[in-house]
Design a protein around this ligand. Structure first.
Ligand code: SF4
Length: 330
């Protein structure tokens, strides 16, 4: 499937993707490097990666990598997590500016101030953070969850403690529903999952009789209410693979995920749910993450060749590591 170019941040001259792939393969050997690619980066990068997956799988894969260098094709907080789990390895990311609107909606200083306020009110609570947070935020938390393991971790928090869930209010609301635990929700959200059009989804359902809707729990409640299967990217992939009968799936998550679905379950048809309609009547390309789209084959090649940009170890990584370890590995 070819994806629209949504992020014209680069003026790099055109280079043949096949030549770039060959060059990357050579550089991987020369630099003793492995490539980890999130399901939301372009299919071409997923195809040359040694590991692909969602945040949870990649965080675990990062601990299995045998090469001395990791190239993390995703966004900044993912590169940080890979470094935290592998302090002795060099971790490169193709573009330092590949951030995350959700991570940015919860700055560490604001979280620390809010936690302090709660403590001064005598509240006893655990802070549970979605993995889409900076390492500085992780270091302030008790637990880190992904959409794949959130339910299991929340059930581990003692029933007599309150829960502050950061930063995704939609995922938090969904988790309150499935676990029955009340939580204080930080008012953050993802710019991609926030904008799926309920009207567009209803129309797509009408146009595709007998289709099923699969959605990421970062989507707002009105989308989740008419969804047949809710799960993180890996759970969605497992779900479509479990159905043998050719089916049309309406997909409410980042559009690059369709590449992974088509590779894993080619018997099905996958239709991206459109984003909201703009004032001019056009559908915006908001179902592509502009941060993930900063990853290109050229930048993967360049960061391998130049051994830069690199995620440098920070003091607070140690505390974040202890939280990640107990949450994701044990
Ligand atoms: S899709 Fe949303 S949550 Fe994921 S990296 Fe992009 S902005 Fe962050």
């Amino acid at each position: 499937m070819s994806l629209p170019v949504v992020n014209a941040t680069d003026d790099a001259p055109y280079e043949d993707p096949l030549d770039l792939m060959d060059e990357i393969e050579e550089l991987k050997k020369e630099k003793d490097a492995s490539i980890l690619a999130h399901f939301y980066v372009d299919g071409e990068i997923q195809d040359i990666a040694d590991y692909t997956g969602d945040s949870l799988k990649l965080a675990r894969d990062a601990t299995q990598v045998e090469t001395s260098t990791i190239v993390f094709s995703g966004v900044h907080f993912m590169g940080e997590s890979a470094k935290i789990m592998n302090p002795e390895k060099r971790v490169l990311i193709p573009d330092m500016l590949a951030g995350c609107s959700l991570a940015e909606s919860c700055p560490a200083d604001q979280l620390a101030a809010f936690q302090e306020q709660l403590r001064s009110e005598g509240r006893e609570f655990d802070t549970v953070a979605y993995i889409n947070t900076s390492a500085a935020v992780k270091s302030l938390c008790d637990w880190i969850v992904t959409s794949g393991n959130a339910q299991e971790i929340i059930e581990r928090v003692p029933a007599d403690r309150d829960i502050l869930f950061v930063p995704d209010q939609h995922l938090g609301r969904y988790l309150m529903e499935v676990t029955g635990r009340k939580m204080m929700l930080w008012p953050g959200s993802c710019m991609v999952h926030e904008v799926f059009s309920i009207q567009g989804l209803i129309r797509a359902k009408r146009n595709h009789a007998n289709s099923q809707v699969i959605a990421h729990p970062e989507c707002p409640q009105n989308i989740l209410e008419i969804t047949d299967f809710i799960g993180g990217t890996e759970k969605m992939r497992q779900y479509v693979m479990s159905i043998a009968e050719p089916t049309t799936f309406l997909v409410a998550t980042e559009a690059a995920m369709i590449h992974a679905f088509e590779k894993s379950a080619p018997q099905h048809t996958f239709v991206p749910v459109p984003g909201i309609i703009t004032a001019t009547g056009e559908t915006c390309a908001c179902n592509r993450c502009p941060h993930m789209a900063r990853n290109t084959l050229q930048k993967v090649r360049d960061c391998l060749r130049d051994e830069s940009p690199e995620i440098e170890w920070q003091d607070y990584f140690e505390k974040a590591r202890a939280v990640l370890d107990k949450s994701l590995l044990k």
